[in-house]
Design a protein around this ligand. Structure first.
Ligand code: ATP
Ligand code: MG
Length: 553
């Protein structure tokens, strides 16, 4: 075969090879493995025993030197290597800070003068590397990876034997253009995957519920928060019609899941509704749902996004506020009305009161003023608790003496009840806030009296035991037991709630705002203690309070 036909056969083989490699490159979306393939193929094409691929990092912060000057080309990184060991890579640093050509990086192509300068500069850099390396690298070729005017990076190939020819350069440049497309695609794909992952993470970790529906209103995606609200697993839900998944009760607004007729309106603007999700335990969660349409590139409905926000706390807060207003206004108005009535009567200019009547009237005024004061203190305490907990004034408290004094004071207030104090002699001194603990036991004792209208025995007792929450440590348990009306089981879970009052006939006949046990609970918690209740309707109630003995470490 003569020289030209040999050449033609060689070129044909190279072209076939290029085609094969291009195909292989384009099917690879994993960037590291793609870069390895590109480098190995380029090296094979021109029989180069060693090479590097350096790429510009995306989204990398700009680097500055000590003087604050921006480092030129500081963003190039070695992303693939071939024919060297890993330890040698730092030696190639001169090639990373390398971009000597002024103006657009893409101007290099088809510009012979620039190309010459580029080659010259490149040789210089390679000599620098060789000086560090202590051995020759030989011929070098630096192929810019250019995609649409943007320089993505450079493929470096080294060959010690024969020099790279113009043909090698041209042929490799064609290869590099294909490689640049593949790199660009892989990067785009990576970016997309990253973005998708980010979005999935946001949706999945959001405390709001998310639901992605098909245009036919079947569930395609549901996040953890919504699955938890519904009490279902993600797997149970995916693929099912939305009205079987998000079953709202007491709906106000436009619930797309239940009403397919709303679909045309959704295309115009998002739809909103509020409703309740029933829970297996009989409670419910109040939610606000927003349905938003998502269109594809041709403007057709692709998905419906449902955003579900738990508004239970707001609803509860609203309820509490209205309870607050009605209870407080009643509880405040009553004593004020009584005080005013007595004061007006006593002050009448046309009447002369005998001293006994006047004294009784003034006593009522004083008692009602005390009630008002207690109520105001309670309200202040409640707002303190809500603003971030109670502050305790800790000191040693002799529980036995404290209880004796409280009982003595209450004995004078009731004739129908027999109050018994039965404490073990070895009840230890604990560390606590004496005033707060006094509040705890006066509240419990006043409840015991208030909710035993027929009288009976009220027994206060206690014992010391090992603290189940802190093995090896002790706690004192004090109980207040009455023989009163008792608390129905259904009310027990709410008994410590703010403004909760039992639904008994007594409720209307006794005064109270439903804050006593709320306060007691908060004080016991602040002492790292525990409180629980045992009660039987018609038989009586026992409230237990456990307080750690060695609170101060
Ligand atoms: P106050 O804020 O004046 O104490 P209250 O006594 O109604 O008002 P809590 O002490 O918090 O409020 O008690 C809440 C509810 O628990 C009461 O309304 C009552 O129904 C029930 N309760 C509390 N203690 C007893 C008890 N010893 N026996 C029966 N029911 C009780
Ligand atoms: Mg009470």
């Amino acid at each position: 075969m003569d020289a030209p036909s040999l050449m033609a056969a060689y070129q044909l083989r190279q072209r076939e090879y290029l085609l094969r490699i291009t195909r292989a490159m384009n099917s690879r979306l994993d960037l590291p493995s793609l870069l390895r393939l590109i480098l190995a193929s380029a090296a094979e094409l021109v029989a180069a025993p060693a090479g590097l691929i350096v790429l510009y990092e995306e989204d990398e912060p700009v680097e500055f030197d000590e003087s604050g000057t921006r480092l030129e080309g500081g963003r190039l990184r070695i992303r693939a290597y071939y024919g060297f060991s890993r330890q040698l890579l730092p030696t190639f640093r001169p090639l990373l800070e390398f971009w000597p050509v002024p103006g657009s990086r893409a101007e290099l192509q088809d510009n012979e003068a620039l190309l010459d300068r580029y080659r010259y500069e490149l040789e210089e850099r390679v000599r620098e590397v060789e000086a560090h390396l202590g051995r020759p690298l030989g011929q070098v070729i630096g192929l810019p990876l250019v995609f649409e005017e943007e320089l993505l990076g450079i493929i470096y190939l080294f060959r010690t034997g024969s020099a790279f020819t113009h043909l090698d350069w041209e042929f490799l440049q064609g290869f590099a253009d294909q490689a640049a497309i593949a790199v660009r695609n892989a990067r785009l794909y990576q970016q997309l995957a990253r973005e998708r992952g980010r979005l999935a993470a946001i949706i999945d970790n959001s405390i709001n519920g998310f639901l992605i529906l098909t245009p036919g209103r079947r569930v395609e995606v549901i996040n953890q928060a919504l699955a938890a609200m519904l009490g279902l697993s993600k797997e149970e839900v995916v693929g099912r019609p939305c009205d079987q998944v998000l079953r709202l009760q007491n709906v106000a607004g436009d619930n797309l899941c239940d009403e397919p007729d709303l679909l045309p309106r959704l295309l115009e603007s998002p739809l909103r509704c509020e409703g309740d999700i029933p829970r297996p335990d009989g409670s419910h969660i109040s939610v606000a749902v927003t349905y938003t349409p998502l269109f594809d590139e041709r403007g057709r409905l692709a998905n419906i996004i449902g955003n579900v926000v738990d508004i239970t706390p707001f609803r509860e807060e609203e309820e509490i506020k209205s309870t607050f207003v009605s209870i407080i206004s009643h509880e405040l108005k009553t004593p004020v009305a009584i005080i005013k009535g007595y004061a007006q009567t006593l002050a009448r200019p046309d009447a002369e009161w005998d001293p006994e009547t006047a004294r009784q009237g003034l006593q009522v005024i004083e008692e009602e003023a005390d009630r008002l004061e207690t109520l105001i203190d309670t309200l202040l305490d409640v707002s303190r608790i809500q603003a971030g907990g109670l502050k305790l004034d800790l000191a040693e408290v002799d529980l036995a003496r404290l209880l004796e004094r409280i009982v003595a004071a209450y004995r004078t207030q009731t004739e129908r009840h027999c109050i018994e104090l039965d404490l073990p002699p070895d009840l230890p001194v604990i560390v606590g806030d004496e005033e707060r603990l006094r509040q705890v036991f006066t509240n419990l004792l006043s409840n015991a009296i208030k909710y035993s209208p027929e009288g009976g025995t009220i027994r206060i007792g206690g014992w010391v035991e090992e603290d189940p929450r802190r093995p090896g440590r002790q706690r004192a348990v004090i109980y207040v037991a009455d023989q009163g009306i008792g608390i129905p089981e259904s009310e027990l879970p709410h008994i410590f709630d703010r403004f909760y009052r039992g639904d008994t006939g007594l409720r209307r006949r006794t005064s109270g705002v439903g804050l006593g046990l709320y306060l007691v609970h908060a004080i016991v918690e602040a002492h790292q203690g525990e409180i629980w209740i045992r009660s039987e309707v018609g038989k009586g109630t026992t409230v237990f309070v456990a307080l750690p003995v060695d609170e101060r470490e």
